[in-house]
Unconditional design. Structure first.
Length: 356
């Protein structure tokens, strides 16, 4: 059945939903998808009207530029359901702004704000029954944007497709997480695309991460590509360190993604009298703090993982295990963040955006 419910988006709904309540139990992240997706095409120099349509496969020719030159970017964000069934997005404008920053870096046309913001709201509202309830549960929202010209000349595409798909989610990581410093391979370099959510950034990190897993680690902590002395990110997350009572995180630059969760954690720490410094952090500084017993906590932050405590870190065939802190900054900050996301407390920042 096709109907138009607004001037912005045409909606074609599925004949019968594939939703079953049991699909929301024990979900492996990113493997279950909702009934519908949002699609908007850019062609002939302008954006076409967005559509919400049944989720399903797409047909592209082998010559589509996305397959050859990597003009592909994405975002990660979430919708949350409170205890009375209200649905909220968390800071979606930050994701919109970052997606267009990524698009600009990859010579892709900017996405209209209303397509992103209103299109996602309508899509989430339509598939709201897929949002699981309970602590740590959410609806993961994946905007993705690709080049679609059927041409293999090495130049920017002239046609593109912007899409949004939805996936019910529970906890991203389960069990202990250990990390090691990566000082041979690099995730990004100065002047590169590290600050953008470009698909190729993630492909390039798979091999070093798989090697680390064979050594008993779950992720790596990336160091700068020039000297391998400065800490950048941890796997697919921004990373925080607590030395004594001070929380540290690296400043964003060409190599480091400006995470929405990272930005939120920094704000919450400042407003709740947790000492925090955003500055350059060296591998040597952290190793010395670990040896002296002053490295109290490490945790990652990201949309999928929210706040993820890290058990310890590896460096030069040594593993420095952290003891559980008496007063965990990770636990405190995660609770503050999730209380806002799940509408359990006031939102002085305007981070919660109601969908319905």
């Amino acid at each position: 059945m096709t109907r138009e419910i607004s001037e912005l988006v045409d909606i074609q709904t599925v004949n019968e939903s594939s939703f079953k309540p049991e699909l929301l139990h024990d979900i492996r992240f990113g493997t279950v998808f909702t009934d519908h997706m949002l699609v908007a095409d850019f062609k002939n120099g302008q954006w076409q009207k967005p559509k919400i349509m049944p989720y399903g496969p797409l047909a592209y020719e082998p010559s589509a530029k996305v397959f050859h030159y990597g003009q592909a970017i994405f975002e990660g964000m979430k919708a949350f359901k409170d205890n009375v069934g209200n649905v909220f997005l968390f800071r979606p404008r930050k994701n919109f702004e970052r997606m267009n920053k990524s698009a600009e870096r990859l010579a892709m046309p900017l996405i209209p704000e209303e397509y992103f913001m209103e299109g996602i709201k309508q899509l989430v509202a339509l598939d709201r029954q897929w949002i699981p309830e309970g602590e740590g549960a959410s609806l993961y929202i994946r905007p993705v944007y690709i080049a679609t010209d059927n041409e293999i000349a090495a130049s920017p595409s002239q046609s593109y497709r912007f899409m949004v798909i939805l996936s019910p989610a529970q906890a991203y990581y389960r069990g202990e997480v250990k990390v090691k410093f990566e000082t041979r391979y690099s995730r990004a370099c100065p002047g590169g695309t590290g600050y953008a959510k470009a698909a190729g950034n993630y492909a390039a990190q798979f091999m070093p991460t798989e090697k680390a897993k064979k050594e008993g680690y779950q992720q790596v902590i990336w160091t700068d590509a020039v000297t391998h002395e400065l800490v950048e990110e941890s796997g697919t997350m921004n990373v925080f360190f607590r030395i004594n009572d001070t929380l540290l995180t690296a400043p964003v630059n060409d190599q480091i993604l400006n995470g929405v969760t990272r930005d939120s954690i920094i704000q919450l720490a400042k407003d709740n009298r947790i000492p925090i410094e955003v500055r350059k952090i060296t591998v040597d500084e952290l190793v010395e703090a670990a040896k002296a017993g002053n490295l109290k906590e490490i945790f990652g932050s990201g949309t999928a993982a929210t706040v993820l405590p890290i058990k310890g870190l590896g460096w030069k065939n040594e593993f420095y295990e952290l003891q559980p802190p008496v007063d965990s900054y990770a636990d405190r900050l995660k609770k503050m963040l999730m209380d806002i996301q799940y509408n359990r407390t006031a939102d002085p920042y305007g981070w919660r955006v109601p969908v319905i």
